[in-house]
Design a protein around this ligand. Structure first.
Ligand SMILES: *Cc1c(COP(=O)(O)O)cnc(C)c1O
Length: 358
């Protein structure tokens, strides 16, 4: 009996097909595919008909190139190892005017996507004028081996927010950039902006003139915002431990380290479970429940390799204790304030949990 992290491969694949919905999707596979495993995710997404991938790390981009030799691979962070980018035919962001003027010769034969900064302020050109300056300068560069401008992109910082008007602002500013450049006769092989939230806010369709939606979390089975119905996106991940034993404590007994939990009545049944924060269960997650034999029970204390769950007579040693599956989902706890979907996923300790793909 050891706690396990397991993914149902068929459910993962089926969800990808549903998210894609016959649109062109650029699958975001950064951070080891949101911790689902880069090789596994790239393989399943390829099966679902996705041929374009995106990550923030050059190392991952090179691994994707080996897994899918014909794929289009987009690197969202600018790097300085230009030979590796070129040799692996990786397309890359162009993050600023400064970067362009400093490296325009080194960037020869590399396909870049011009990035519009917008409200996130993480990277990109500040204005339409800056973008046009690069387009003009590159056009006038007579060097036959020069940088190739193949794409135009931005990243929305507020697509997951409904209570503020910022998504409307950034969407409008971006569409103005796209429309102005296209009206002026500029052409791009790829135009992309939408993360999962923006993709679903637009009715699971692409914005006008866009070639791809750049989707992450929905492909991994978690909803980007709570207004979406659960059945639209399916979680394929299960994280579970086991009841080691059930112990009885009485009113006033302190359980766990340093008074972690005080029993409030006599004959309280506490299940000792073999999973804890050392396996990646967040402290904020342990303020909620675990699922045992189809019923939810409150978690009472969290330790490195154990937790206490308050149970009843129906729970016994060796019963499975589910922290996450499609009935008790990551996104449910995201919306209860436990932490972002990706934060809960990234916390999982793949060295201590048994890892299985079914
Ligand atoms: C992570 C990321 C995405 C994907 O966002 P999701 O909300 O997971 O769909 C898209 N674009 C950029 C630039 C990102 O960093």
């Amino acid at each position: 009996m050891t706690a396990t992290w397991s993914v149902d491969s068929e459910a993962f694949y089926q969800n990808a097909v549903k998210v894609k919905n016959n649109n062109s999707i650029m699958a975001v596979v950064k951070n080891n595919a949101y911790h689902y495993g880069l090789e596994f995710a790239v393989k399943q997404f390829s099966r679902a008909g996705i041929t374009t991938f995106s990550t923030t790390s050059l190392k991952e981009a090179v691994r994707i190139r080996k897994l899918v030799p014909k794929a289009t691979i987009f690197l969202m962070n600018a790097v300085y190892d230009f030979d590796t980018v070129r040799d692996n035919q990786i397309q890359m962001t162009l993050p600023s005017l400064e970067y362009y003027y400093k490296y325009k010769e080194e960037l020869h034969d590399i396909k870049v996507h011009l990035e519009f900064e917008n409200l996130l302020h993480r990277s990109g050109f500040k204005t339409l004028e800056e973008i046009k300056e690069v387009l003009e300068d590159n056009h006038n560069n007579s060097n036959p081996r020069k940088m190739v401008i193949s794409g135009l992109w931005t990243h929305f910082g507020y697509a997951d927010e409904f209570d503020v008007p910022e998504y409307g602002f950034e969407r409008k500013a971006w569409l103005n950039v796209v429309n102005t450049l296209l009206d002026e006769g500029y052409q791009f092989d790829m135009i992309h902006a939408q993360n999962s939230a923006s993709y679903y806010r637009e009715g699971q369709t692409l914005l006008p003139h866009h070639t791809h939606a750049r989707v992450g979390i929905a492909l991994y089975g978690s909803r980007p915002y709570s207004k979406l119905e659960e059945k639209i996106i399916q979680q394929s991940l299960t994280v579970k431990g086991n009841v080691i034993q059930v112990r009885e404590v009485n009113e006033g007994d302190y359980c766990g380290y340093s008074f972690a939990y005080e029993a409030t009545r006599n004959k309280t049944q506490l299940a000792v479970v073999d999973v804890g924060y050392g396996d990646g269960i967040l402290k904020s997650r342990a303020k909620h429940e675990a699922l045992i034999n189809g019923k939810r029970y409150p978690i009472r204390a969290l330790m490195m390799s154990h937790m206490f769950v308050e149970v009843d007579d129906e729970v016994h040693a060796q019963d499975e204790v589910i922290l996450y599956n499609n009935d008790i989902r990551i996104d449910e706890y995201t919306f209860k304030g436990v932490g972002a979907n990706s934060e809960q996923l990234s916390a999982m300790n793949h060295d201590s949990l048994i890892k299985e793909y079914r």
